[in-house]
Design a protein. Structure first.
Length: 231
């Protein structure tokens, strides 16, 4: 573990930090007071990498205060240790930002990944992935993980527009969204079959998905003029 070091205070850097904090948490910005639970911090970083990228600041209060960290090297160490459980490895930039009174904020910049989805190893074999929705990071469903992976492959996608697809479109003409469970109920399809159809239509960009802890929401992608019904 590194010993605590003294970092040089820069007024401009501190002002940039204050401006960033004033924005409040959102899709690409998250605050943590300290690294008491490093796995939770890594989950936030994974969610950023799996979504649009973002910045995570450690040493920021929920009230947008900037108390900083007394021992930033120690906090950095436990975060880097937790990051070893991330697979595939996560790209990030770590910056130490002195805020006065011998206190420092840790800033982590995480770009949107090109090898997503990333996940956190839990136990010997299980991996949990996370995505960012507004100002929250939530656990990604099996469907969401598949959609992220397949969208990253950037391949042409073809699907058959059959009776089940027609039924789905008719439902979405009358309702703003549908869940996997509802699609199973109205179609009579098994979970694996219904899941595969929703994944394929989302990858084909006929549907869009909004991750949700109580069940992902699938809705129609609105296109100017008309809606595509198949390829």
């Amino acid at each position: 573990m590194k010993l605590h070091e003294s970092y040089t205070f820069h007024a401009q850097q501190y002002q940039q930090l204050k401006d960033l904090v004033a924005r409040g948490e959102g899709l690409t910005l998250e605050f943590k007071r300290k690294a008491a639970f490093p796995d939770k911090i890594v989950r936030e970083m994974i969610a950023f990498a799996n979504t649009k990228g973002g910045i995570l600041l450690v040493g920021i209060g929920d009230d947008l205060s900037i108390p900083g960290l007394k021992y930033p090297d120690d906090e950095s160490y436990v975060i880097r240790q937790a990051l070893q459980k991330c697979t595939p490895p996560l790209a990030y930039t770590e910056t130490f930002i002195p805020v006065g009174n011998a206190r420092t904020v840790l800033q982590y910049e995480i770009p949107e990944s090109i090898v997503k989805p990333h996940g956190l190893l839990v136990g010997a074999a299980r991996k949990e992935s996370f995505v960012r929705v507004e100002d929250k990071s939530i656990k990604a469903s099996r469907e969401m993980r598949q959609i992220i992976r397949r969208l990253g492959m950037k391949r042409d996608v073809y699907f058959h527009y059959g009776d089940y697809e027609k039924l789905l479109m008719q439902y979405l003409d009358k309702h703003p969204s549908i869940t996997l469970q509802t699609f199973m109920a109205i179609s009579g399809l098994k979970k694996s079959q219904a899941s595969s159809k929703l994944i394929l239509l989302t990858v084909a960009r006929v549907l869009k998905v909004t991750p949700h802890e109580r069940g992902d929401l699938y809705s129609l992608v609105l296109r100017p003029g008309s809606r595509s019904t198949g390829t």
